[in-house]
Design a protein around this ligand. Structure first.
Ligand code: ATP
Ligand code: MG
Length: 319
């Protein structure tokens, strides 16, 4: 249920007001789905990561963020129910980020109200030897969502142009015939990813690629928390420090990847992730915006079906 109130927040270039007094989640959802606009990249040609501030949302009132997140969760649940019932479209959400950017918790929070039967989450770690025996899209293709469902990739084939690009020794492990590995390899990977995503889109799968954009400074803070708090110790991996040391290279790889693979049918959402509540809200907003565009509706019952339902109902009532 909605509390009568007006949420406002100012972000550069946009003043978003969400007046939730009038008609419940409907009014709210309008404002919410507009929030992700500013962070969505449909055409990467002029993309510059430095233009995106990781700290937007710092001044955001935590209580407001939580209330809006709660409402957007309800909206998402409603959209997902229709997606499932209609069984035509599928949704693929790809999460990419540096360590401790909040991928796991964003997935957990945004999807918290959703029926587990309509949602699948896959986490991709360093490839196994079986996976290395296949082409690089193989393991993710096997995990794609069915129609009617939301599939979440916690990391994805994008690792190929991120961690593998930063660590060429990982490419060497992929057993590609040497004649096929040239300086053009990354450009070719982008082409293959673009073709794959276009193919999915043409088959009714809606794609949103979510980059949780955290600052190096905020990562340090979160790593220290993981070390200080016993219940968070397990999350800290010594190897994460080595990746942190190559921050600049990773950011260049992200920028290049987003430039080459942002498309109208598969946009990137560059989420300011230094503030967790705000980040979750932007993610929820992007998912709602994507699903609203599908004009989802419960399948209509035709006259013959309605007569049949009437007949069954009479039988049951006579019992
Ligand atoms: P957590 O938040 O728990 O640390 P995580 O997603 O970082 O979650 P880890 O098991 O720590 O999970 O890390 C998975 C590792 O696998 C990452 O370092 C990632 O870069 C690496 N990885 C994923 N895909 C590939 C790939 N195709 N090639 C090489 N390494 C990969
Ligand atoms: Mg990790």
């Amino acid at each position: 249920m909605l509390v009568a109130s007006t949420f406002r927040w100012k972000i550069p270039g946009r003043d978003v007001r969400v007046n939730s007094k009038s008609s419940g989640t409907h009014t709210m959802a309008k404002g919410i789905s507009a929030l992700a606009d500013r962070y969505t990249v449909h055409d990467g040609r002029k993309f510059r990561l430095s233009r995106y501030d990781t700290r937007e949302g710092r001044k955001w009132d935590k209580g407001d963020a939580k209330a809006l997140l709660q409402q957007s969760t309800e909206k998402l649940a409603e959209l997902q129910e229709k997606l499932y019932a209609q069984d035509r479209w599928g949704v693929l959400l790809i999460f990419q980020a540096m360590d401790a950017a909040g991928k796991d918790s964003a997935i957990k929070h945004v999807m918290s109200g959703i029926n587990p039967q309509g949602c699948q989450v896959y986490s991709f770690k360093a490839p196994s030897s079986e996976e290395l025996d296949h082409d690089f899209l193989w393991r993710t293709s096997r995990a794609l969502p069915e129609r009617g469902r939301i599939g979440i990739f916690n990391r994805s084939y994008y690792e190929e142009t991120l961690v593998v690009r930063v660590h060429p020794e990982l490419l060497a492990k992929e057993k590609l015939p040497s004649g096929l590995v040239s300086k053009r390899i990354w450009k070719e990977r982008y082409e293959d990813i673009n073709a794959f995503e276009r193919y999915l889109a043409r088959n009714g799968f809606v794609i949103r690629k979510i980059f949780l954009h955290v600052s190096k400074r905020e990562q340090r803070k979160r790593f220290l928390e993981r070390l200080e708090r016993p219940e968070k110790n397990w999350k800290f991996a010594v190897a994460d420090l080595a990746e942190r040391a190559r921050w600049r290279e990773y950011m260049d790889a992200y920028e290049d990847t987003i430039r080459a693979t942002a498309a109208a049918h598969a946009p990137w959402v560059v989420v300011p992730a230094d503030d967790k509540s705000f980040a979750r809200l932007v993610v929820a907003s992007a998912v709602i915006e994507a699903m609203k565009g599908l004009r989802l509706a419960f399948p209509a019952v035709d006259d013959a079906q309605r007569r049949e339902l009437g007949r069954v109902r009479r039988i049951l009532e006579r019992e």
